[in-house]
Design a protein around this ligand. Structure first.
Ligand code: SF4
Length: 328
């Protein structure tokens, strides 16, 4: 490991003030410490933000929730208001990692975790995300876990989070603060596709700190489902995951949200696919039309072609389950 300096400020303003070249904020450290041990990241200065007052879940004036960036994944998943109003989020969080990791990992950190592409973690091989311009060995190598949508010549990695897939479906807003003040970023605009700059995962400016995630009141709580397919029953990243949420009006779908995980560099949503469902009955053939729209243009590689059909079936299954009603 490389030497680094360390500070532990008591206020958000002080943390932002301390941020300089080669600095990193650290909270739970469940991903950052791994990256440092593997020499993927070599920060010169760590700013420990665990003492900042960002630990609360509170109701907003609009009837939604404001989730402090330091709320742990466990606290959030089991919070009574989340269980009641946003069961999709609770279910997605509990599908990820292990209880020990969820106790340590934070809301803000979950958004910032890096891809689990094995080439990215091996500093002995090229990787455009780790060292721009060196190449992408995953394209012709071990790519079973990689993207089928939104990938580029430069990078075919996927975002590893489960929580973020639910936050995408819930149209969350990420609240960030930097030297120029506070701003909100729509969740759909927070993570990036790789394009020609795969080293950048998100649209944060240098030194900006996530302070909260906000949720609006959501009409889908009675009909939502997070479905995760993976190689083993726990502690595994998604091959494909689906956050599905419906609002039903009698026998018809009034509103729909579908987000996919494990298939792209960011949670994957498409308004056109959701619109396919509106005013139609909640049945498999209708869900199949939405799946086809959502997966239009999907392209796999040597070892992950199976993900396209897996995703189609998972979308139909998740929507079918959501239509039946959210599990208590
Ligand atoms: Fe690196 Fe992305 Fe290629 Fe993986 S997929 S080797 S992270 S450039």
């Amino acid at each position: 490991m490389n030497p680094f300096s360390y500070s532990r400020p008591d206020s958000v303003a002080a943390a932002i003030e301390l941020f300089g070249p080669q600095s990193r904020y650290i909270a739970g450290g469940t991903n950052l410490l791994d990256l440092m041990k593997e020499n993927v990241l070599k920060p010169a200065h760590l700013i420990d933000i665990t003492r900042l007052p960002l630990q609360d879940v509170s109701e907003t004036a609009q009837g939604g929730l404001r989730i402090g960036a330091l709320v742990s994944n466990s606290e959030l998943a089991w919070h009574p208001l989340v269980r009641e109003r946003y069961p999709l989020l609770s279910e997605a969080i509990l599908a990820g990692a292990s209880p020990q990791l969820r106790n340590k990992a934070t809301t803000g950190g979950n958004l910032l975790q890096r891809t689990r592409c094995h080439y990215f973690y091996d500093s002995n091989v090229p990787c455009n995300k780790r060292e721009p311009g060196t190449g992408c060995p995953a394209r012709s190598g071990l790519n079973r876990m990689h993207a089928i949508l939104g990938h580029s010549e430069q990078c075919i990695a996927v975002h590893p989070s489960d929580m973020c897939v639910a936050l995408a479906a819930l149209q969350a807003e990420v609240i960030v603060r930097g030297a120029d003040g506070e701003r909100g970023i729509a969740f759909a605009d927070f993570h990036r596709l790789p394009g020609n700059a795969p080293a950048r995962d998100n649209t944060l400016q240098d030194g900006e700190l996530i302070v909260a995630v906000e949720l609006k009141p959501d009409p889908h709580a009675a009909h939502s489902r997070y479905l995760k397919t993976r190689d083993r029953a726990s502690y595994a990243f998604a091959l494909v995951s689906v956050a599905a949420a419906l609002a039903l009006d009698g026998a018809c779908i009034q509103s729909a949200r579908i987000a996919l995980g494990g298939v792209a560099h960011k949670p994957w949503r498409l308004a056109e696919a959701e619109q396919q469902l509106l005013g139609r009955p909640p049945q498999a053939s209708v869900f199949g039309d939405a799946a086809d729209a959502l997966l239009r243009g999907a392209k796999g590689f040597e070892h992950n072609q199976f993900k396209i059909e897996l995703a189609r079936r998972a979308i139909i299954a998740a929507l079918t389950d959501a239509a039946r009603g959210t599990r208590a």
